[in-house]
Design a protein around this ligand. Structure first.
Ligand code: FRU
Length: 520
């Protein structure tokens, strides 16, 4: 009886909402106007118009513009000779596709790297009045790799005097040569106020290296980090070193992000972090065990923006995994980025934790918000019809200790989440979520994330779904899981089941449709 009352209430709340069905036709041909309506195309995450994309590169904010460069192969939808693709945004949500920024040259393909605003014109590439944007990236010389050499990755630079529209490669590239380290790449540079110099972090196989420069051209090696620390199940990639204030204190710590492939907790690629100190020469951390930024399988090679105020540490990751990135069932393009997320540092019982949570700008895209209190008796399930959920947000606060959330469609495909606070675990099962058979590693196991016992404190559950991805944020980004999904039909039903012996109270309950960023 109670079950039907709940369904009736929910029906009144949600059925009244406008059914705003997006064209999402499996067989739709690619036509130039409707590129953003292709099957599985994310509507509020960045993806390239066509062809292959991987890591975000050169994240830099300059003159009111967020630049997003990315690993790009413009010929195919699989990885190939790398270029830097380019997109810009004024709000981190709406992106404008730009022409390719960097093409391979005689030093090699253009692998991952970063970009800075050289405000003081230390490089001499611009002027004080028109400071250059400088990109620092890895050259990967295919011929070198093929002939068995180990020095085929070097670091090069390029500059732009027109806010990233055109780029000139530095004439004496490479600026950091390789003394025989096979995986020697992904330079991330930032301006270090205290030593009045540029600091560069790159990876060298199983550890990170730190370099210093006064002019972005001449680099001096300073130190190593991490041979004996953190996870080493695979090669280290895409480092990022930055400072953060510990929330609610005056303490400042340094954080080092390191992507690793393979060796992530749920298989394949993932991003670990270290919290420690940096004195201008060395990064030290007493952390022995890895900590994971995101427990999902699809947040990799993420880095943060340069040139934002210290309080804004905005992160973007590549929403895929090298285990199956080349096989995902999209037709004309491959891969999207995560939602831009704000990174913050917290400290509890002497343990530091890095939180990541969508930037505030996302709020502007949320439509048909409904905020209510919903009560669910012990062992009861509520079923919410919602055509908005495949491009939507679900959010509530609860202190319930055991519940499941299942998203379903009329084909019987389902994506199942379990939150068992007492047992300290959250799981995501995508084995029946839609297309999974394109690669054995995709649907073959339930993804697991250890979580706190929150006691009887309410914590927030916030979920974003965008056709082919789900991002789960528990307790404002303390626990995060990002996963790809490929339902053959949009999910149109949400089932929430209270598996505990107590009433489940869902406060500030909301389901929102998220507006497409590609439509005028
Ligand atoms: C990470 C990565 C980087 C490299 C780039 C090549 O996904 O392997 O280490 O620079 O991709 O595309």
């Amino acid at each position: 009886m109670a079950k039907w009352i709940i369904i009736a209430i929910i029906g009144v709340i949600f059925f009244g909402c406008k059914k705003n069905k997006i064209i999402h036709n499996n067989e739709k041909e690619l036509d130039p106007i409707a590129w953003h309506q292709e099957n599985y195309r994310p509507q509020y995450h960045f993806s390239p118009k066509e062809k292959w994309m991987n890591d975000p590169n050169g994240l830099v904010y300059h003159k009111g513009v967020y630049h997003l460069f990315y690993q790009y192969y413009p010929e195919e939808i699989v990885w190939g000779p790398m270029h830097w693709g380019h997109a810009t945004s004024s709000d981190l949500m709406h992106w404008k596709h730009k022409p390719i920024a960097l093409y391979p040259d005689s030093h090699g393909l253009i692998f991952s790297g970063s970009a800075v605003v050289d405000t003081q014109n230390s490089s001499g590439f611009g002027t004080i009045d028109n400071p250059p944007l400088v990109a620092i990236y890895t050259y990967h010389l295919m011929e070198g790799e093929q002939t068995g050499r180990t020095d085929f990755q070097t670091q090069g630079i390029a500059y732009s005097l027109d806010n990233g529209e055109h780029w000139t490669k530095y004439i004496d590239n490479p600026v950091i040569k390789n003394e025989g380290v096979k995986d020697f790449r992904d330079p991330k540079v930032f301006w270090h106020e205290k030593t009045n110099s540029w600091i560069l972090t790159l990876v060298a196989g199983d550890h990170a290296q730190i370099y210093r420069s006064k002019n972005l051209v001449d680099w001096e090696y300073l130190s190593d980090f991490g041979k004996e620390q953190g996870a080493h199940g695979g090669v280290w990639e895409c480092p990022d070193l930055f400072q953060l204030k510990v929330e609610g204190t005056d303490e400042t710590k340094w954080v080092l992000l390191i992507s690793i492939n393979p060796g992530a907790p749920n298989g394949g690629s993932g991003t670990q972090y270290f919290v420690g100190d940096f004195d201008g020469t060395s990064f030290v951390s007493d952390q022995k065990e890895p900590k994971w930024l995101d427990w999902g399988t699809d947040n990799y090679a993420g880095v943060t923006y340069n040139n934002l105020p210290d309080t804004d540490r905005v992160f973007i990751g590549w929403m895929s995994n090298w285990d199956y990135a080349r096989d995902t069932p999209t037709k004309s393009w491959r891969s999207a980025m995560t939602l831009p997320r704000n990174l913050t540092l917290s400290k509890n019982n002497n343990e530091y934790a890095l939180l990541n949570y969508p930037v505030l700008e996302i709020e502007k895209l949320l439509e048909t918000k409904k905020k209510n209190v919903v009560r669910l008796a012990p062992k009861l399930k509520m079923t919410l019809p919602s055509d908005d959920i495949s491009q939507g947000e679900l959010r509530f606060k609860t202190s319930s200790t055991n519940f499941t959330i299942v998203l379903k469609n009329s084909l019987g495909e389902k994506l199942s989440l379990l939150c068992d606070v007492t047992e300290g675990k959250f799981t995501l099962d995508r084995s029946a979520s839609g297309e999974t058979d394109f690669n054995e590693a995709f649907g073959n196991k339930v993804h697991y994330m250890p979580i706190n016992n929150f006691g009887d404190k309410a914590f927030e559950v916030r979920i974003f779904i965008d056709w082919s991805s789900i991002e789960v944020f528990l307790n404002k980004g303390q626990y995060v899981m990002t996963d790809l999904i490929f339902p053959k039909e949009p999910y149109n039903t949400i089932e929430i089941t209270n598996k505990s012996e107590q009433e489940m109270v869902l406060k500030d309950f909301e389901i929102a449709k998220v507006k497409s960023i590609w439509k005028p």
